[in-house]
Design a protein around this ligand. Sequence first.
Ligand code: SF4
Length: 310
Amino acid sequence: MAVFWSVEVRSGGRSAGQGEATGVSDRVRNVDRVTGQLGFDNMPQKLVRVTPAKLSTWTDCPRRYRMAYLDRPTPARGGAWAHNTLGAVVHNALRALFDLPAAERTPEAAAALVTRYWKSDGFRDGDQAARYRERARDWVADYVAEIDPTADPIGLERWVSAPTARIVAEGRVDRIDQRDGELVIVDYKTGRHALTVDDARGSQALALYALAARRTLRRRCRRVELHHLPTGTVAAWEHTDESLARHVARAEQAAEELGLATDTLAAGGDPDVLFPASPGRHCSWCDFRRGCAEGRAAAPDLEPWAMLAP
Ligand code: SF4
């Protein structure tokens, strides 16, 4: 079945700072209090190297950040999630597709690459895995039928990096296109829900990728796109310098908090004060819930396949 890719795009500058996670101010106060006790006030600040994944983990739950990035040995994680397996397969297939000569980038080749990279980790059983494998083959085949697959991307899973006044923002971009002389950030999505313009506008990851791509590839980059394979839709946003600056300011604030908390922990601070649990619905799919009583109390266990696109 053909999927017609609808593109939503707006440009301009609504505030990107809306919807900041609750609890950040409390955490800043906690960190300030402990760093003050340890005599870290007024020390010169180093640039903190951050990825969007680290920033969002910190913002969602500082305890989860500590368990994922600081605790050694790393606490045991839960098992594989089927939706993550599916997402990785689709990403691998699309990356491999663009590695083929342009004339061979057909819908059939894309579907075959899904089969080549398929894994069944996290699925309920072989029948469910086979059903989703066929759906993923259809998703990528329909996707390739609707785009110009002969246009060579500037980057595939390309690592980009940019310093700001207070951080080094870096990360790996699914795909970087060049259109009309400008770079375009493309992020593939395979989750349950279609994405909106607001998702593209509010994505700190996409904004930092745009900034880092500008710096790394030395070309103009304003446009960011979320390509949602299950629904065949694209949500796009064109950043202004002002909207990028707002994202950078939020990233710098989060990076400062997590950098201070990390340094203070290393100097003997209390991990539960510096990295408090932030329980909520998201605890259902936290990889570390096994070792987190607050998280287990806050949200129910989910089956590993519960977050697959319907
Ligand atoms: S289970 Fe919830 S509260 Fe616990 S670490 Fe994970 S996200 Fe944080």
